[in-house]
Write a protein that binds this ligand. Structure first.
Ligand SMILES: Nc1ncnc2c1ncn2[C@@H]1O[C@H](COP(=O)(O)OP(=O)(O)OP(=O)(O)O)[C@@H](O)[C@H]1O
Length: 236
């Protein structure tokens, strides 16, 4: 259940954006990927989900190599993008059902879990709502619920805290803890370290597409700009 990223370099077309990226996310742990705008967080994620092909290096999860076995690799991951992607013609219930169908999840237990998560995010009475009626935060919560009902081994979550209110940030942190305790690996990007304090096992700090520091918060905080260490981030 370990994600291993070795010597990963890549980018867009001829342009190399990330270079010599090495890290491991053991099972049952949370890694926070931090860095300023344009430092390469999303580019790393785009390589991990197979949207971009690496120029060098490898990405391996549970012995499934992304380049050699993309289908086997992708079956094990759930991804929550920074910008929610919902189908405007499907209501909330149909979104959950689509997820169950696509991932071949157990119907009964998945709906029980979806109901529990929707209650936590106060969306359980909105099953017949369409995305057009959702606020930005609600859209994000729906994406999180859809990802978290899967039994993925690796959860990749891009900037999950932006747009969530204070209560929802706390709820999401609780759910992140649950996944971590169940043995999943989680990779979460954020601009501010403090939100994940007490929830992340390691931090990876990027500058211009390269890892400048990595490790526990105390070990790297003197190598990271103060504004990234920051205060609790809430953008309700
Ligand atoms: N589609 C693209 N084509 C070419 N270059 C890109 C593309 N997307 C991003 N880049 C470049 O790659 C670099 C890293 O961008 P990336 O989006 O990975 O940063 P980020 O750390 O996720 O930033 P942010 O915090 O703003 O989301 C930037 O220089 C950016 O201009």
């Amino acid at each position: 259940m370990t994600l291993q990223v070795e010597n990963l370099s890549g980018g867009y077309g001829q342009t190399t954006v990330i270079q010599n990226i090495n890290f491991t996310i053991p099972a049952g742990s949370v890694t926070a990927l931090i860095g300023l705008n344009g430092s390469g967080k999303s580019t790393i994620i785009n390589h991990l989900i197979g949207l971009l092909a690496p120029k060098t290096g490898s990405v391996v999860l549970n012995s499934h190599n992304l380049a050699q076995d993309p289908v086997g690799f992708k079956k094990q991951i759930a991804y929550v993008p920074e910008q929610p992607v919902l189908y405007e013609e499907l209501n909330l219930q149909e979104h959950i059902q689509a997820m169950i169908n696509i991932y071949h999840l157990n119907e009964k237990t998945s709906w029980e879990e979806a109901t529990r998560l929707l209650k936590i995010f106060r969306l359980d009475d909105k099953l017949n709502w369409f995305p057009t009626h959702f606020s930005k935060g609600m859209r994000q919560k729906v994406m999180i619920v859809m990802a978290f009902i899967t039994q993925a081994d690796l959860f990749i979550i891009d900037e999950p805290f932006l747009g969530l209110d204070v209560l929802a940030v706390q709820d999401l942190l609780t759910l992140i803890d649950e996944k971590r305790e169940s043995g999943a690996s989680l990779l979460i990007t954020t601009h501010v370290m403090s939100t994940l304090k007490a929830h992340a096992d390691q931090y990876i700090y990027l500058e211009q597409g390269q890892i400048v520091a990595s490790g526990a918060i105390d070990a790297i905080s003197d190598q990271v700009p103060v504004m990234l260490i920051g205060e609790e981030q809430t953008n309700g």
